[in-house]
Design a protein around this ligand. Structure first.
Ligand SMILES: *[C@@H]1O[C@H](CO)[C@@H](O)[C@H](O)[C@H]1NC(C)=O
Ligand SMILES: *[C@@H]1O[C@H](CO)[C@@H](O)[C@H](O)[C@H]1NC(C)=O
Ligand SMILES: [Ca+2]
Ligand SMILES: [Ca+2]
Length: 371
């Protein structure tokens, strides 16, 4: 198979390049949580090229073709909070998108620009394993990782047995490994399962897999502008959804990495891997884990050049090769992936999947079954 090898080489190269950067970053000793602080690094390993898959999936798994999900059916404790409301009403408004003090300049976090956003609805939670299973049960949908037969997993999460079966990538790829049989049901490979984390975010979902789910649920992916506006929760020019300090009052507000990346994951915030989608305090709009935990796909194509002109409901460039993802993940550490900020962004091809990639959906109007 030629395709997996190409993907692997890409990852090896990227990880190697990023490792050099990590060495530079960790010497800087930046202080935490100040606007305009400098970080660096990459997300590494998710941008993998794959033969283009199913834009047709959106049609096939559309609401018209399937029975929509029932409110709160089988979703457990996560959705029973907030009076059973799955989606938050996000008020129309204008906000400052991006920043003039980019922490990761090459990501196109800048310039700061005024952006008007219409009223819309945003999922309060990352889509959970239970919700994704409901979709799969109802439609028979197969994710791209399942169809391609592998996905990328962070090395520190793998059992010795799975690791010993991987002979590629050892020389230079430090932490992302292509694992046969890794997919949303088996996040760390065939000997892992999700039975004790049905309320955690679904992982290993490609952009196409996310679009298929949202379409089935009568929703859509948020644009990057909608995502960032709702991430800021009504605050202006703050780094994080709750303010500028990473640990206000010594409290953890986000599931990221504590300890030295990638060697020592201390799990001080309570989670070495993902957390339940309702863990940690919500932001001002009632959104949980909008940063950290799982990366979240948006509908926009990736581009790093932005006009500083005021815009209304921007939808990103008309075409590109990668899609924008936002918010960082449980693997993010400031020395390497300072992307758990609202202005931060990263990219992946639409058919990429990995053990830290998930999503949530948005909608212009509440689907009937949620009213
Ligand atoms: C999906 O179907 C399986 C097998 O019928 C069932 O055990 C499981 O509870 C279903 N999942 C959800 C979330 O409804
Ligand atoms: C990991 O980091 C913690 C906190 O800095 C330290 O106490 C611990 O000894 C480290 N563990 C390893 C295996 O390096
Ligand atoms: Ca953590
Ligand atoms: Ca998230």
């Amino acid at each position: 198979m030629a395709a997996p090898r190409r993907r692997l080489l890409w990852v090896v190269f990227t990880c190697w390049a990023l490792r050099l950067r990590v060495a530079v970053c960790s010497e800087r000793g930046e202080d935490e949580g100040r606007p305009g602080g400098h970080g660096d690094g990459g997300s590494c390993g998710c941008s993998t090229g794959r033969a283009s898959g199913g834009e047709a999936a959106a049609q096939k798994y559309s609401l018209e073709a399937n029975v929509p999900p029932q409110p709160n059916d089988g979703l457990g404790s996560a959705q029973s909070k907030d009076e059973g409301r799955q989606m938050a009403s996000i008020p129309a408004g204008v906000f400052t998108m991006g920043t003039d003090e980019p922490a990761i300049r090459q990501d196109g976090e800048w310039p700061a620009r005024r952006v008007h956003i219409h009223h819309f609805y945003m999922d309060r939670y990352e889509v959970s394993n239970a919700e994704y299973e409901k979709f799969v049960n109802a439609t028979g949908y197969l994710t791209e990782a399942e169809r391609f037969g592998d996905s990328f997993v962070f090395e520190g999460m793998l059992s010795e047995q799975v690791k010993s079966g991987i002979h590629q990538a050892v020389a230079v790829a430090p932490w992302w490994l292509p694992v046969k049989g890794a997919n949303w049901r088996h996040p760390e490979g065939p000997d892992s399962d999700i039975s004790n984390r049905m309320d955690h975010p679904v992982l290993h979902v490609s952009w196409n897999d996310a679009v298929a789910f949202c379409t089935w649920a009568g929703k859509r992916l948020p644009t990057e502008a909608e995502w960032e506006y709702s991430c800021r929760g009504g605050l202006e020019n703050r780094l994080f959804p709750w303010g500028n300090k990473l640990h206000p009052g010594g409290q953890h507000y986000v599931n990221i990495w504590q300890g030295e990346f990638p060697r020592n994951n201390t799990g001080e915030d309570g989670y070495k891997g993902t957390a339940p989608v309702a863990a940690f305090p919500p932001n001002g709009y009632g959104l949980y884990n909008i940063v950290g935990n799982a990366w979240e796909w948006t509908s926009d194509w990736w581009d790093v050049h932005h006009s500083s002109d005021e815009t209304y409901n921007p939808k990103g460039p008309p075409k590109g090769t990668d899609r924008v993802k936002k918010g960082g993940s449980y693997m993010c550490h400031k020395s390497y992936c300072y992307r758990y900020r609202c202005a931060a962004r990263s990219q992946n091809t639409p058919d990429s999947s990995a053990s830290n990639l998930g999503f949530r959906c948005a909608a212009d109007t509440l689907p009937d079954y949620l009213k």
